[in-house]
Design a protein around this ligand. Structure first.
Ligand code: ZN
Length: 71
């Protein structure tokens, strides 16, 4: 892992895991789309999305969906 990525992820290295990700993804994406601090609301989510391609992809498509709805 690069230093830049490590800084981005913060000192805890917390990771919600796939179960936690699945559980919180809807809320996380809604907060993100609303411009709220989604990472503060769901700590460890960003770490997981970066580290888990499957959930990262799910997040991308959900975010795209929410953004499309908004327009
Ligand atoms: Zn995952």
């Amino acid at each position: 892992m690069s230093d830049a990525l490590r800084r981005l992820l913060g000192p805890t290295g917390e990771d919600v895991g796939c179960d936690g990700c699945f559980e919180h993804l809807d809320r996380y994406v809604e907060l993100e789309a609303a411009g709220a601090d989604a990472d503060a609301a769901v700590p460890g989510m960003r770490t997981h999305l970066i580290g888990c391609p499957a959930c990262g992809e799910e997040h991308e498509s959900l975010l795209a969906l929410v953004s499309t709805d908004r327009d």
